[in-house]
Design a protein around this ligand. Structure first.
Ligand code: SF4
Length: 245
């Protein structure tokens, strides 16, 4: 069962026509973490990723299949040192996880918890001079970057290394690709739709966990279960004893 695989497979087509710069994970090159929430005032800001109402999308997808085989940072478009004003922005995270065992409704819990833990990582990364503002309702992740951080040479490679070091604290995580996109020709609208779909899948898992009714005909989640292969099997624990994300 691969709930998010169709979204992972299409993701690369959305990032624009440029060839991405790729960086291997190197924790010694991680940007400094401020250790907690920080405030970058407008007068201290060099620019905003997703500022001036430009797109600013974020989502994370998990799979036990081999889409991601090593820890890497990919950058499509301008890097942080090359940006002069507000730009469209996306940060997409693809995570390879170990298979999670389960054989019925009661075993939805480890699957759901693993996804939640991975998603919550974004609330525990505080790159210094890189103030993140997230909205889970609109799937936005807007970032205000300070002049001082730019002066000190902040780059997506360093910020990505910091994110990956945090993801790798989760024992379910085998490999992570953090993708930063600022390319003008990327399809941010489609990325936003996918972010919504991912949230809907995760919410459906949550509802299943709550022990909701099992009549698909009258269930408010029927539309998402019709669209996403594997959710119905996960609810009713059919056929397989092992649920692969
Ligand atoms: S539509 Fe059916 S499978 Fe999906 S959550 Fe509702 S009851 Fe479960």
């Amino acid at each position: 069962m691969e709930l998010y695989d169709p979204l992972i497979e299409k993701a690369e087509r959305l990032f624009g026509s440029s060839v991405p710069k790729k960086f291997a994970y190197d924790p010694s090159r991680a940007w400094d973490d401020a250790g907690g929430n920080q405030l970058v005032m407008m007068r201290e800001a060099a620019y905003e990723l997703g500022g001036d109402n430009k797109p600013a999308v974020n989502y994370a997808c998990v799979s036990s299949n081999n889409y991601v085989d090593k820890d890497e940072i990919w950058v499509y478009g301008r890097d942080l040192g090359e940006i002069k004003g507000s730009v469209p922005f996306a940060r997409i995270v693809l995570v390879k996880v170990d298979s999670l065992k389960g054989e019925g409704e009661e075993d939805t819990e480890p699957v759901y918890r693993a996804i939640q833990d991975i998603d919550f990582v974004k609330y525990h990364v505080y790159p210094k001079g890189y103030m993140v503002r997230s909205s889970s309702d609109s799937h936005r992740e807007q970032v205000r970057v300070s002049k001082e951080a730019v002066r000190k040479g902040i780059s997506f490679e360093q910020v990505g290394n910091l994110y990956i070091s945090q993801y790798k604290k989760d024992p379910n995580v085998l490999a992570v690709r953090v993708i930063f996109v600022t390319a003008d020709d990327a399809d941010y609208a489609e990325m936003k739709k996918d972010a919504k779909m991912i949230r809907d899948i995760t919410r459906t898992l949550s509802k299943i966990l709550e022990g909701m009714a099992t009549d698909c005909g009258s269930c408010s989640l029927k539309e998402i279960c019709d669209e996403v292969e594997g959710l119905r099997e996960l609810h009713f624990g059919k056929e397989s004893k092992e649920f692969d994300l």
